[in-house]
Design a protein around this ligand. Sequence first.
Ligand code: ARG
Ligand code: GLU
Length: 724
Amino acid sequence: MKKNIIFFLAFLLATLRLTADEGMWIPLYLEQFNEQQMQEMGMKISAADIYNENNVSMKDAIVMFGGGCTGELISSEGLLLTNYHCGYRYVQQHSALEHDYLTTGFWAMSRKEELPNPELKVTFLIRMEDVTEQVLKNVADGTPQSARDSIIKVNIKTIKVEATEGTHYEAAVVPFYFGNQYFLFVNEIFTDVRLVGAPPSNIGKFGGDTDNWMWPRHTGDFALFRIYADKENKPADYSEENVPYKPKKYFEISLDGIQEDDFTFVFGYPARTNQYLPSYAIEETVDVTNPIRIDIRTKRLSIMEEAMNSDPKIRIQYSAKHANAANGWKKWQGENKGIRRVSGIAQKRIFESEFQEWADENPDRQAKYGTLLSDFQDNYETQRDYQIAYTYFTEAISSIELLRFAERFQPLVELCSKETPDTEKINEELKELKWQVANFYKDYYHPIDRKIAEAGLKAYLTNVSPEFTPLCLMDAGKRDLNDFVNNLFNRTVLLDQSKITALLNTFDPEQKKTRDNLIKEIEKDAAYQLITAAKTFIDASVVARLKTLTANNTRLQQLYIKAQMEMLPERRFYPDANFTLRVAYGNVKGFQPADAVTYHYFTTLDGIMEKENPEVYDYVVEPKLKQLYYDKDYGRYGADDGSMRVAFVATNHTTGGNSGSPVLNADGHLIGINFDRCWEGTMSDLMYDPVVCRNISLDIRYCLFIIDKFAGATHLIEEMTIVQ
Ligand code: ARG
Ligand code: GLU
């Protein structure tokens, strides 16, 4: 029996090692590693059409949108498409009671009406280059880690300076394969990016948190922006004189739609994955950190939900906070479920015993790699208690809003405490703080926070050993927790909005008296004292140690992946996602998430009507959308079968950051916008399984239908190039 299982697992392992769909590939090497396979899978264009630094290519139509999403150009006038959830905060910032764009949607009917966003920038990749040799110059095999790090730092600085000399470009040098390889990225960054259009929330966020990470999905998750440049078409900060940016390249849009098994690829900025971890790391995630995070968030979310359901005002105050907490909460559950389903830890263990055998085969290898796995094991074992304490601290203590708010005053207190305070810095900090303080009170409801504080403290005190418990929390443990929390919340001055606002408004950085007064008022506050003392303790006794252990793990990983490449020369190793531009490719495909359940590969407007529920915020359908549905007024955007397609799933290997990425067909035409994954397959950040890993994309036809038929913004459609 046991033998059978092992055989089955070994088989699984062999098949899982690398399927056609797995991987986030480096655009620079597509021709070398992927073009042939992509073409065999149906692609009709060439790798050079996708990435080419000497000629215009698709990469010139792609941006990193803000700090963590992707966007693509869709007109010669700088029109940019991304997800609604990526543009959400900008739509929110432009909203007010008298023009609530979240509820009504926003459509600039002329260029003049497009809204600037001072905080938003978009980044184009000009070129990338392997600079490993230059980065590792003067680093010898035996160079100790700290010396190695400083040599690398100096080398990187030189490379960046040389790469951007005499240009307005910016450069970044990023490690790949845990520092076995380094790439230079030369970027062009535009800072005048204006909001052009966004559907109402009940389209752009349809299904809300309930449907998040789920299939079948009906979210119209898109928003439109426009990049502006100076008269020379160069980046410039916002100015009325600026003109729409003329991109080197923009995507043509196909209305042909998709069939099951069609080839698709996704071109964008995936943020982080960890495909090459040892079993001990997966174990830590699945058995230790994920369960802690899920458990605490379950409590936190239900406390929020209870209050949100009791009062619409609280619902508005907490919807973004709830969405944030719920996003990870759901993803980690899917990740754990997925890893268990494929016996992920056992799979890794089998591979590791093969690896050990290979390493022990000759003395040279044994010297280099023989103790790698046992070193990993030691390290993760040592790390465990620290990791538990750290996870509890971040999830259960740092998530108490009052404490996070209190901590927010620390930089200002520190700046004011300097012997010769830098008033310019103080002013900058003050401006930022005032803004955050106003936002805090606007969206704060203390009864929720009190309950969360009590639950969090209880979780920490019951689960973390005294050795890792700050003294001030030990104190709490000696008393009735409810008392402790009430005492803290009643005593703190930080919840007294008028006092704090007055304190900041009368604060004059030039005057020692007001500086001293601010220091005194804040430093004597109970909440401030609690969080600063707790943080100091955690930093010294947990974080510092974790940093060393993480550095050890990275060093081991660097060796481990190098060894794996030696051991499996036939295998194509793609690097983990690291916020750099990548290509993922696969096929449109439904899936079977569970026994007897089959998921179709697309959803339609019929599904929106099925989900409609005027009583439930997430499932309200706009009357206008309903009318279009009843009239079947889909224009040229309807599918051949008469339906209005909304979303589809495919096997492209994506992760966070791929949100907003263009989804392209065999001809390189835009057919969708990536916006999520199915939660059964979120394990793909650690291990990709073609059976359940699916990315979710908005069908471009639904997006155009909303712009054209629903919003009547036909002038935007006219800007685009549509092929049919
Ligand atoms: N799951 C998607 C992502 O990871 C969407 C998140 C935003 N939507 C939400 N309902 N929380 O970014
Ligand atoms: N929604 C995610 C994002 O904002 C993409 C989902 C995923 O993790 O694949 O990037």
